[in-house]
Design a protein around this ligand. Structure first.
Ligand SMILES: C[S@@+](CC[C@H](N)C(=O)[O-])C[C@H]1O[C@@H](n2cnc3c(N)ncnc32)[C@H](O)[C@@H]1O
Length: 316
């Protein structure tokens, strides 16, 4: 029999230690990293935080074990699918699973995804979108589990104010609102489509009191000096959005505004794949310094999340 007590939790590559730290600190659940973006936990924690993307169970490939393995997490399996590259293997496994479990093969609407190659069973109702709801997305939208890692790095406390000056569809402020009981956030973006989707995403979750979505320019923010406790943003990398050439101008201008609006003890988390320009811009900005950084990987990009603080007292 497979070890039914362990669960496999996935997150963005680069945030495994944060997921593991939270499991131990909040729920005394021991875990270990078993691969990039893969954490094996000794049991399912009572709450799955927003950094956890998918939940799976180790499975030895034996269809006879499936019902006992899955039923504690999904009492009534309405549909399953088999994720296997080899179509012959897939068809054979579908037949044996139907015979062993009575489940229905529904590749387009499944609760259980059998992955014989990775030897696991993914539990659909515990995936991010099933737990927190689907969001409207644009091509450059930050994956929610990545946004969650950035939010975690920012160390937001109740009552603090958050700004995402390149907020897109408001993923970062929404993830923050899911995790944090109270606070206020601004999601600002210069793109009309992003603002429309952000407004809908925020309204769908009844978060209009908490998140103020505005069309605006990250380089000329309509916010007072020293008014924001935390700034978190997934900046344009110059690939899907903007260009490396534009970033030469954009990054220094954004950093100037971030420094202006940031509170004295403020903390900033900025994600970018255009690392050279970003690091040059920080050095030139002088008023902010990088205190820590980590490389993240998702969707074939490996950006760095930079955590910044003030390097000097703000000028009045
Ligand atoms: C990587 S995307 C951010 C994705 C966002 N976190 C989300 O989940 O949708 C970068 C965003 O920066 C916006 N942007 C580019 N230049 C800007 C500027 N000067 N002011 C405000 N937003 C800007 C783009 O419209 C884009 O939505």
């Amino acid at each position: 029999m497979p070890d039914a007590t362990r669960v496999l939790l996935s997150c963005a590559v680069g945030f495994e230690d944060l997921v593991r730290g939270d499991l131990m600190e909040q729920y005394a659940v021991r875990s270990r990293q078993v691969g990039p973006g893969q954490v094996s936990a000794e049991q399912l924690p009572p709450v799955l935080n927003t950094m956890i993307d998918t939940v799976a169970l180790p499975w030895d490939g034996n269809p006879a074990d499936l019902r006992a393995l899955v039923t504690p997490l999904v009492p009534d399996v309405l549909g399953f699918r088999v994720q296997a590259g080899d179509p012959v293997l897939r068809e054979e496994l579908v037949k044996t699973v139907v015979a062993a479990t009575g489940w229905v093969n529904r590749p387009g609407d499944w609760q259980v995804n059998l992955d014989p190659e990775r030897e696991l069973v993914e539990i659909g109702p515990l995936a991010w979108a099933a737990r927190f709801g689907r969001m409207r997305r644009l091509p450059a939208t930050t994956p929610p589990a990545v946004a969650a890692g950035l939010v975690r790095l920012a160390k937001l406390k109740p009552g603090m104010t958050l700004l995402d000056p390149c907020g897109g569809v408001a993923t970062i402020p929404i993830v923050d609102a899911i995790e944090r009981p109270d606070g206020h956030a601004w999601s600002i973006d210069s793109d009309n489509a992003a603002v429309t989707d952000a407004t809908a995403n925020v309204a769908d979750r009844d978060l209009t009191d908490r998140i103020d979505v505005r069309r605006g320019d990250a380089t000329a923010l309509e916010l007072p000096d020293l008014s924001v406790d935390r700034v978190i943003s997934d900046l344009p990398f110059g690939k899907k959005v903007g260009s490396n050439q534009e970033n030469r101008v954009l990054y220094p201008a954004i950093l100037r505004e971030v420094e202006r609006v940031l509170s004295v003890d403020g903390r900033v988390v900025l994600l970018t794949d255009d690392k050279r320009f970003f690091e040059q811009a920080v050095q030139r900005a002088r008023g902010l310094k990088v205190v820590t950084q980590r490389v993240v990987r998702y969707n074939n990009v490996t950006p760095t999340a930079y955590v910044l603080r003030r390097s000097r007292k703000p000028r009045r």
